[in-house]
Design a protein around this ligand. Structure first.
Ligand SMILES: [Zn+2]
Length: 440
């Protein structure tokens, strides 16, 4: 029999014909995300050999809160690597034979072609573990040595970093977003390096808008993000961005989430409309000021860019200290001065270290909540540049990103540094983690 597939596992199942008792709670797979049902009957031998090890491997990743699981074959061994809160950790090891079988099993579960080797395939599996739903994007890529690399990207459908609250936007930041969109014109940029979660930030900013007051249209597919009162607008084939946004304006859109701003052509079209409607768009740039400079450069009309760009946002993710094992300490005044925290700061926190038994010299077992990593979950540090008259002048004159950033800081705009120190002062993260994020 196939247990744990497509239904909740029942521990007290009397018609259990296998006498082994399953003590550990394992993940349940609930079908491919593409709607194809996995053909388990046609793969009975594979299922018998590989379903349980596959469930065990994925369960370990979910228990350790990994966002990515990778299974590589090296020589005669399969090695699992996990990414937890953006940090790499080694997972379990298995034989090459088992790694190959597990990869095949994931293909079947994800609705991919298990017979097809040597070709890159991407699919997805719905899963449930400890009453939380997950989506496992399954990516199988051929390697030069003839093996396949399995990559599973794990999305926890309950704890998502989607909303301004999840990301830790302050009330002031949310009030600012509402103020900006109430102007009903202007370009709002969300900047970040590719793959840094810039689209997540973009939609978090969108969620900061009062959706009951404004009609919001998006050209960006929100993916699995749930957006209330946001209309996903399908452009007509062959229409450029300008034509598409004009159509949205005729439907009385107040705010438009544009496609990513990638070149001069897109920039010019958006700037032409942004004096009549509020447009938001993401730009691949390292921070908010660099995003402004990039758009100004693409515009080939710095004066126009300076008049239209109203704000730029950027985020960096930072790990949160595990509240079960973090250690409080009293910082000395020199340290506070060096990092720029107020001298009256009484308590800071750092990552907990396992206690060592004085007699035996053995370490206590690691913290159960964070597996001894000291951190649990992530939050966004935010950088926000609200374009003032002084900054408009700088954009028009072709100032550098550093110059714009310096002015924004002197005007009291939120910087990564300031927002990061707030999280340190609140005990949410450590100075070590703040340093790590800035070095990365
Ligand atoms: Zn802990």
């Amino acid at each position: 029999m196939i247990f744990g597939f497509g239904k909740k596992r029942d521990v007290d199942d009397d018609d259990e014909d296998e006498d082994e008792e399953e003590e550990v709670d394992l993940v349940n797979f609930q079908g491919a995300t593409n709607g194809k049902s996995a053909d388990l009957a046609a793969n009975a031998r594979l299922v018998q050999a590989a379903l349980l090890p596959t469930r065990e491997m994925v369960t370990e990743a979910l228990e350790r809160r990994a966002e990515v699981l990778r299974l590589d074959v090296k020589g005669e061994k399969g090695q699992v690597a996990l990414s937890v809160d953006g940090m790499p950790y080694a997972g379990s090891r298995m034989s090459k034979q088992q790694a190959t079988a597990v990869t095949q099993m994931m293909k079947v579960l994800a609705g991919l072609d298990a017979k097809l080797k040597g070709k890159h395939q991407i699919g997805g599996v719905k899963a449930e573990f400890q009453e939380i739903k997950y989506e496992l994007t399954t990516d199988v890529a051929p390697q030069p040595d003839g093996t396949e690399r399995l990559t599973i990207r794990i999305r926890n459908m309950k704890h998502k970093l989607d909303t301004p609250q999840d990301l830790g936007f302050s009330d002031a930041t949310r009030a600012q977003i509402r103020e900006l969109t109430s102007r009903r014109h202007g370009l709002i940029i969300v900047a970040g390096p590719a793959g840094s979660g810039v689209t997540t930030t973009l939609f978090a900013v969108v969620r900061g808008i009062d959706v009951y007051l404004y009609s919001i249209y998006t050209m960006m597919e929100p993916g699995t993000r749930e957006l209330i009162n946001v209309k996903v607008f399908q452009p007509n084939e062959g229409d450029d961005i300008e034509t598409t946004i004009m159509r949205m304006m005729r439907e009385e859109a107040d705010v438009v989430v544009a496609k990513p701003i990638r070149d001069a052509d897109t920039t010019k079209q958006l700037l032409n409309l942004a004096d009549r409607i509020c447009i938001m768009g993401e730009v691949a740039a390292k921070d908010a000021a660099s995003g402004i400079c990039q758009v100004a450069e693409w515009s080939e009309d710095r004066q126009k860019a300076s008049e239209v760009i109203d704000a730029a946002y950027s985020q960096k993710l930072i790990r949160l200290l595990c509240t079960s094992c973090r250690e409080a300490f009293r910082p000395n005044p020199k340290l506070l001065e060096k990092v720029g925290l107020p001298p009256e700061t009484k308590t800071l926190y750092r990552k907990g270290e396992p206690l060592v038994d004085e007699k035996t010299g053995e370490e206590d077992p690691p913290c159960e909540k964070c597996n001894g990593t000291g951190y649990f979950g992530r939050m966004a540090m935010l950088e926000v540049i609200i374009v003032s008259d002084a900054i408009r002048k700088m954009i028009a004159e072709g100032a550098t990103a550093d110059q714009i950033k310096a002015t924004a800081r002197s005007e009291g705009c939120l910087t990564f540094h300031k927002d990061g120190l707030r999280l340190v002062a609140e005990g949410k993260t450590s100075l070590e983690e703040l340093q790590r994020v800035f070095k990365a």
